[in-house]
Design a binder for this molecule. Structure first.
Ligand code: ZN
Length: 334
């Protein structure tokens, strides 16, 4: 399914199938429908009766594709590292057990698949998502295929963080930005999807509609409100107890705290809230009493912490230390 805000881009990309590039890198923020766009492009290029609007949806190829067994299509996603495994390292360090990575074996398999002739005599298509999860060996293996692509091959790379890709990989793809939709369009789509009050989830999601949809899930929304209530009263904040409550959802809590700190800074610097406009009643007075230099340092600290969030040594201690720091910064008396 193509999201309506990506429909024009989709038609542009598929307009000239005979001159399709052999590799396309779809990049943009998370939650704007890049993966769905890539899947639909794959379906279109494999369809046996395509139109200018996309795949037909009824031919054998479309049927196989929809059932997940088209012989000329492969999809690669990260797998969890089962033990400390130096070979899987995205950088130089061995990744931790439980972290996710696209390994070199998966990319070699794709390269072998792409070098065979197509079962149906048409295109062979491979989709890699998210491409930044390739480790160094995997990226180098992919580079070989990108340098000498077989005929009638389409490689689709989807990335939320293209800066983490090898520059040599990026330079061999046609780069296609998938931007945030216009706010009014995103709000209309969320309303049509049944969301009663799409404004605040869309703001929290930074304008990405699919992320907003996930954020509006009732249990998550209730957790967020409870967490923001704590942040709104920094002098009463019991960091230890709050950390105990929210450590099972560390990544969510980190996201809320980082956004809240962003809003405090945005209030200080520009007099507006970006992520939690409904909370300005609390954000404005807190922002007025914080030292700007402390807020900036805390923002940097939280941004760095984002990298190893998935596997903290001790989620509760980590969250508690952030909340203590927050109450020191935000709870200062004017
Ligand atoms: Zn078809």
């Amino acid at each position: 399914m193509i999201h309506p805000w990506n429909a024009d881009l989709f038609r542009q990309l598929g307009a000239d199938p005979e001159h399709m590039p052999h590799a396309i890198l779809l990049h943009g923020p998370a939650g704007v429908g890049k993966l769905e766009l890539a899947i639909e492009l794959a379906r279109w290029s494999l369809c046996e009766q395509p139109s200018g609007e996309g795949a037909c949806g009824v031919c054998d190829a479309c049927n196989w594709f929809d059932q997940g067994n088209h012989p000329d299509f492969r999809r690669v996603e990260p797998v969890e590292v089962e033990a400390e495994d130096a070979d899987a390292a995205p950088a130089k360090k061995a990744p931790k057990k439980g972290s996710r990575v696209i390994k070199v074996e998966a990319i070699r398999e794709i390269s072998d698949f792409l070098s065979l002739s197509a079962h149906r005599g048409g295109w062979r298509v491979a989709l890699i998502h998210p491409a930044e999860f390739m480790n160094a060996a995997a990226a180098n293996a992919l580079l070989k295929t990108l340098e000498e692509p077989p005929a009638r091959v389409l490689l689709l790379l989807v990335s939320h963080q293209p800066r983490r890709l090898l520059p040599t990989v990026i330079s061999r793809c046609r780069k296609v930005a998938v931007p945030l939709p216009q706010r009014a369009r995103a709000l209309a789509w969320l309303a049509a999807a049944g969301m009663a009050d799409p404004e605040s989830p869309l703001a929290e999601a930074g304008g990405a509609p699919l992320a907003a949809l996930a954020y509006a899930e009732p249990e998550r929304a209730a957790r967020r409100e409870a967490f923001l209530d704590l942040l709104a009263r920094p002098r009463q904040l019991d960091a230890c107890q709050a950390a105990q409550t929210f450590q099972p959802v560390l990544a969510e809590a980190w996201g809320w705290l980082a956004r809240w700190v962003h809003d405090l800074l945005a209030q200080r610097l520009a007099g507006q809230s970006h992520y939690f406009p409904g909370r300005e009643g609390s954000v404005v007075p807190i922002a007025a009493t914080c030292a700007l230099i402390d807020l900036l340092a805390f923002q940097r600290e939280l941004a760095q912490a984002g990298r190893w969030l998935r596997h903290p040594l001790n989620a509760q201690l980590l969250l508690e230390s952030w909340l203590i720091r927050y109450s020191e910064i935000a709870g200062a008396r004017p």
